[in-house]
Design a protein around this ligand. Structure first.
Ligand code: KIV
Ligand code: ZN
Length: 558
């Protein structure tokens, strides 16, 4: 890197717009959306999509609700041309969907493009030429006047061919490519020259697309450029002003949102931001950003996972795990404090005590886009007891009592810390089983029977201590557990082990699963004469035995 970057690079000159209006506006409705996945997105793939992949993605775009879809560059290759023909001849586009095609200002290419559209119901012909000083100088070696002539000739070649498309509803679109790096005065001049040819009216508008082909400035500068054009271009009411941002400075979404505040009507972009270099605008993000402010985006992402699946299959691209809204980790909290806050927020929402969504760390309800609450919490060494308990309950129906969560949480965290990675729900269950359910040393139960008379329960148990000979224990109480505790506390070895005696200080149980053969789990906390407490857990198809095992588990953990 340069020690002094100003020697090599210079700041982008600001637009003079002292009374800019856009900072005081708010967005209140969805723009017109145009997907350019099948053209700009496709152009940027290492292996461009074949016809059947393009067809599958086209159908998905229609299902999402796009009414304008740039389907390709039909003059660029036979595949592109054939795709267009199939869409039209097989009647694949619904009546309200516009097929948009891109073309350069060259007569042979325009001829082929018009040919590709014969028989279409609705079509947008999109003409472009590049206008920035660098493009004029380096690529074309043309003056401003000559660049305007290129655009005007292209517009005329299209206009004279329109009678060939009788029966097709046509809309015309012009893009001064590299608009954001072009002087606004020149962008206005060239756009007005094209308008002079096409003669749009408020009843039959043309689309003026103003691309941020390469992001060269902050998004507020793009917004100024858009507002400047909206205010200075002639017959604004005959135009649909369209945005087309790329993401070189990682502000494609911000530039689009500010561009909409600045007066644009329409947005071009792709699913998940696929496109040249750092990508096109991610339309999913802009649409769901509107949604999270209560604005209907008029695009349906309620099953985002299936859209991701089609997108990844057709393009060969992957959606990164932290992609806004769509990424696998977006609705996952790793830190304990986040998990606790999310659980409280979700509970408040479930209890219906709030009118509007206000859950900490979750900008929208994941369920609205087909994601699951299950994904909200995972467990690593930073997770709190809440996360651990949530996972055991949501995946295995293990409902740890609150106080037991406080005991097991740190135990699980220590184990996860040693592993140095995130653990699955199954691993967490195994930790719980090892720590509680499978603890049968030093005390191991061989058998347990009870008989009850006049409300008094008598028990008989055979228990081994430290692998020695079995102790025959008898006891009585007002229930099987009371009888067991009474029996245990009557033998010397237990008295020495616990320090005189112990009692049951907490108890709960529930079924694990349903049906006759379902096991039950019991959670028991014991307290010794010295005030020491320990939790234990036992599992058995017989609930009485599950409780007895839980007592021994607690004893084994003293
Ligand atoms: O990024 C761009 O400028 C384009 C144009 C062809 C609209 O894709
Ligand atoms: Zn582009």
């Amino acid at each position: 890197m340069q020690k002094n970057p100003s020697k090599k690079y210079r700041p982008f000159p600001p637009i003079s717009l002292p009374d800019r209006q856009w900072p005081n506006r708010v967005l209140s409705r969805a723009p017109i959306w145009c997907s350019v996945d099948l053209r700009d997105g496709n152009q940027a793939l290492a292996v461009p999509m074949n016809v059947s992949q393009k067809l599958e993605l086209f159908q998905t775009l229609v299902k999402i609700g796009f009414k304008e879809i740039e389907v390709g560059f039909p003059s660029a290759s036979n595949t592109e041309f054939a795709f267009n023909r199939r869409l039209i001849e097989e009647n694949r586009a619904p009546d309200d969907v516009w097929l948009q095609v891109l073309v350069q200002a060259r007569e042979d290419l325009i001829e082929r493009t018009v040919e590709s559209l014969v028989g279409a119901k609705k079509a947008i012909i999109h003409l472009y030429n590049s206008t920035s000083p660098a493009q004029r100088r380096v690529v074309f070696g043309k003056s401003e006047k000559e660049i305007i002539e290129v655009a005007v000739r292209g517009a005329q070649w299209i206009k004279v061919r329109l009678p060939r498309l009788k029966g097709t509803e046509i809309m015309l679109q012009y893009s001064p490519e590299s608009f954001s790096a072009t002087e606004v005065e020149f962008a206005k001049e060239i756009s007005e020259a094209v308008m002079d040819v096409w003669q749009p009216t408020p009843q039959h508008k043309m689309i003026l697309n103003l691309p941020d082909t390469v992001e060269v400035a902050m998004p507020n500068v793009y917004a100024d450029q858009i507002e400047w054009i909206c205010r200075n271009i002639k017959t604004r009411s005959s135009l649909i002003i369209s945005l087309h941002t790329h993401n070189d400075r990682c502000t494609g979404v911000a530039a689009t949102e500010l561009g909409l505040l600045a007066g644009a009507d329409r947005v071009e972009g792709t699913l998940f931001g696929n496109g040249e270099r750092t990508g096109n605008l991610d339309i999913v993000t802009v649409a769901l950003n509107l949604y999270m402010h209560g604005i209907d985006p008029e695009l349906d992402f309620s099953n985002l996972n299936s859209i991701i699946e089609v997108y990844e299959r057709c393009t060969g691209m992957t959606v990164p795990p932290r992609q806004p809204y769509a990424g696998e980790l977006v609705f996952t909290a790793f830190s304990g404090s986040h998990q606790d806050a999310i659980r409280k927020g979700l509970n408040e929402w479930k209890e219906n005590s709030r009118e509007h969504w206000d859950v900490p760390y979750l900008t929208i309800d994941p369920a609205d886009i087909g994601r699951e609450y299950r994904e909200v919490i995972r467990v690593n060494s930073q997770s709190g007891k809440g996360g651990v308990a949530y996972l055991l309950e949501s995946e295995f129906g293990i409902e740890l009592p609150k106080d037991m969560q406080r005991e097991f949480g740190p135990i699980a965290n220590d184990e996860v810390d040693k592993l140095g990675r995130e653990v699955s729900g199954m691993e967490l269950k195994q930790m719980f089983w090892r720590e509680y359910v499978e603890r049968n040393l030093p005390w191991h139960l061989l058998s347990f029977d009870t008989e009850s008379k006049n409300g008094i329960v008598k028990c008989r148990a055979r228990i081994i201590y430290k692998g020695g000979i079995p102790h025959e224990i008898t006891g009585e109480g007002n229930g099987p557990l009371a009888a067991l505790v009474n029996g245990l506390c009557s033998i010397t070895v237990v008295q020495q082990y616990v320090g005189a005696r112990f009692e049951i200080s907490n108890y709960s149980e529930h079924a694990l699963g349903s049906g006759e053969g379902a096991a039950a789990i019991a959670y028991i906390q014991i307290k010794t004469a010295h005030g020491k407490t320990r939790w234990g857990a036992g599992v058995d198809t017989n609930i009485e035995l599950a409780s007895v095992r839980a007592v021994l588990s607690a004893l084994n953990r003293l």
